[in-house]
Design a protein around this ligand. Sequence first.
Ligand code: ZN
Length: 359
Amino acid sequence: MATAVLSRKAGVIVGDDVLKLFNYAQEKNFAIPAINVTSSSTVVAALEAARDAKAPIILQMSQGGAAYFAGKGVDNKNQEASIAGAVAGANYIRSVAPAYGIPVILHTDHCAKKLLPWLDGMLSADEAYFKTHGEPLFSSHMIDLSEEAVDWNIKTTAEYLKRAAPLKQWLEMEIGITGGEEDGVNNEDVDNNSLYTQPEDIYEIYKTLSPISPYFSIAAGFGNVHGVYKPGNVKLQPGLLKKHQAYVKEKIGAKEEKPVFLVFHGGSGSTVEDFREAISYGVVKVNLDTDLQWAYLTGIRDYVLNKQEYIKTQVGNPDGEDKPNKKYYDPRVWVREGEKTMTKRIIIALDDFNTAGKL
Ligand SMILES: [Zn+2]
């Protein structure tokens, strides 16, 4: 059981616990879904799913999601709203997660080059938190320089890992392009396609980062897309991940079959077979956002459509002209319906990724 290997069994886990959990996931062939959260409501929907499925969970905030946590009315110049929102969200998650009795990895999503001030701001918050608590505020962050030149991507990622290492903080990086259908690629010649990361790149990253810290993972492009698109020209090739592991293993002379922690981006819309194949090659985290946005909406949508006659006026409905409608328009009633459908969809993901029942 995963909790047997963890020093902190419930709440936000950091440092060696994160490493141990990802090792355990590789060993037992499961991946932890990373749920994009934008509010206390989406946080609790995700925590409830993980608790009910007896699984660990990763909660992550994107730069936009973090700003939303602070409020859309706040100016985001110099990433101030995104920093404040991420810190607020992190403190909220740290406060409520223990009540759910499951381990939670607190993570931040894609940070591209132009957003680096956001990451810098969060790292300052981590260092301040470390001074008083002996651990970083966030379990991990993601840096995404995949649109930049490969050399610069690796070099800059290494600098950030150096800053995170004394905190024993995890860093996820991205290589290759995780595109959309509009990238319109020809996948006939897979190995020459920029959508697909090459094993040499993975080894180069491993070689550069592993002397700095063991706390890193790689999101490698293997034809995945962000968002749900109609079937297009991009074809998922999870088999490439197996090649990456084999190449690194051979180069470093590793005993283990899966020396690299891999991350699956753009999971929405993929098949269970794709997920399970990728997980068998050492994927420990799968990002899932688009499908959950849809799931959250459906509960609220259906409620509003089914209760139309009860929410048009504050007083008066089909049961009587003077009947009050307060119990229908209280946000705890209709927002809750979105939480329920989101929770259900996350439980499906926990089953798909073999995570359910692993605590
Ligand atoms: Zn990505």
